[in-house]
Design a binder for this molecule. Sequence first.
Ligand code: NAI
Length: 460
Amino acid sequence: MADYDLIVIGGGPGGYVCAIRAAQLGMKVACVEGRGALGGTCLNVGCIPSKALLHASHLYAEAGGHFGKMGIIAEPKIDMGQMQQFRTTQVSELTGGVKFLFKKNKVDWIEGWGKIEGPGKVSVDGATHNAKNIVIATGSEPAPLNGVEVDEERVVSSTGALTLEKVPEKLVVIGAGVIGLELGSVWRRLGAEEQVIEYLDQITPGMDLEVCKQFQKILTKQGLQFTLGAAVQKVEKGDKLTVTYKNRKDDSVETMDADVVLLATGRRPFTQGLGLEEAGVTVTDRGMVETNGHWQTNVEGIYAIGDVIKGPMLAHKAEDEGVAVAEHIAGQHGHVNYGVIPSVIYTDPEVASVGQTEEQLMDEGRDYKVGKFPFAANGRAKAHFATDGFAKVLADKQTDRILGVHVIGPGAGDLIHEYCVAMEFGAAAEDVARTCHAHPTFSEVMREAAMACGDGAIHV
Ligand code: NAI
């Protein structure tokens, strides 16, 4: 007889959520995690610690910036030891919270690194555990770049960029993606001089272009300097670090000095030591585990979710898949709507989007309309010195159905969700436009953008 109905390998947001939902559905469940704490990359070295530092550094910048205008006299100073302690406390409280949830839901935590020995068999530190089903939820790790050796002290990945003991004089960020801009913002606000080198001719590839351009302008005003269209080739370590990059337009090679370099050129699925090959699980040439529409691999009883499979590497996408696969294993109809997965960049201002970009609609030849509204015309935003940005609603020209929403502005990461709900219900822009929104709130910007898709916004 099997020890468990389900063994989940990996205790991140995909894995731990899957384990809890499966237990709630009556299964006997274990979760294998070797990190020493539950919560995966997200809670330990990703979303949560970065948000702690983003919040602290935001308040520091506010205190040194807008406070005086509001009649608050403050001379902020940085105590890096205390700031780092604040970060680690947030992390340990949350990872402890997941441990508590496991106890509450009677999920066994098997501590150690798991290896699949075949269908229904997972070994951890020499002991074999049997299960009717296995879910692989082992997440991702920073992708390496040839010529750049990460030591997590001077040349750091997102993990080392969270634990710097002092503010670097000059930080060079390789890659203007989400990680580069979020962690880059932290150290810029705390006083680092900063250069971001990006391979493409724009920052944040895949983002709606209009939002992207505005975003770059705002970040530039904040002191981030961008070198676009340049491929970093190597980082050499001397007294200073020397970053060598090649400009794509003319192949000229240049160098730049740095005290710290942050390598943020993407992540790759983490499947090392998992025994996938021996177990016969098919993996793509990019290292992703292949799954069907029910998250099942080619081997019966072995499933995979989250960063190890295709799709955006986002904690909330993994969580949704965790719930859905647990429901599927329990004989229910687990489902994820991949068309309505929001994405958020937690800079200041925040950037958020859901659904299609204007460029995607143009490529499809879709007949669409655009409704836009600026935060500069929002009373609440004015009182908060947060008038940079706008909301943009894209709707079908004939049916008015909402196709995509893109926001850059204060609280964008929270504001986007009324549109996620609206899109799940197949709403038209008019449905949002006719919904009463409290005044004065940032959410009025979202409503006015929907109104701009119809007869027009009121306040512009
Ligand atoms: P990314 O894929 O978002 O950006 C990497 C950037 O590096 C790209 O713009 C790419 O063109 C550039 N690049 C690649 N090679 C280069 C080279 N040799 N020289 C210069 N530039 C180069 O990857 P990132 O920022 O590392 O994030 C990894 C994953 O983590 C993403 O999937 C992201 O969605 C996820 N993440 C999400 C967060 C959020 O939702 N707020 C926060 C942090 C990470």
